[in-house]
Design a protein around this ligand. Structure first.
Ligand code: NI
Length: 139
């Protein structure tokens, strides 16, 4: 664990009030310092994600109708073709018609994006969102 360094921050009082509201919404376990650290890490993850060669970890969540023609088989084919970068997948039967999958990807940012676009491009995928995180070098 690295040493904590204290520094002061100046900001407009209105912005500080909104920041304190954000801190309050995150609950009792978080204070100003912890929320600032979270926001800095988030900015660093976003920056890392912009580098196509950076090693990142992402979770892709998709929703689709399981009875759409060949859909599950197409999704499976894409995942098998990239098995070395897809480290886990979870399938949930949401209701009588809809399925949700959470796919965990690990690899170069550019590759994770390409695989994500292939999956989102399959006809019948109704919604999808990729959340990027990092392998943890600066966390
Ligand atoms: Ni299902």
């Amino acid at each position: 664990m690295s040493e904590l360094v204290r520094f002061s921050v100046a900001m407009p009082d209105e912005l500080l009030m909104q920041f304190d509201n954000l801190v309050a919404r995150r609950g009792l376990a978080k204070n100003r310092s912890e929320v600032i650290r979270d926001l800095v890490r988030e900015a660093l993850v976003d920056e890392e994600w912009d580098d196509p060669d950076a090693e990142i970890v992402g979770t892709l969540t998709i929703v689709f109708a399981h009875h759409a023609t060949d859909l599950q088989s197409k999704l499976d084919s894409i995942q098998h073709a990239h098995h070395e970068k897809i480290i886990s997948a979870m399938h949930v039967h949401l209701d009588a018609h809809n399925c949700l999958e959470v796919i965990v990807l690990r690899g170069k940012s550019a590759d994770v994006r390409d695989i994500t676009e292939s999956i989102l491009g399959v006809k019948g995928v109704k919604h999808g969102r990729l959340t990027a995180t990092t392998t943890g070098a600066f966390l």
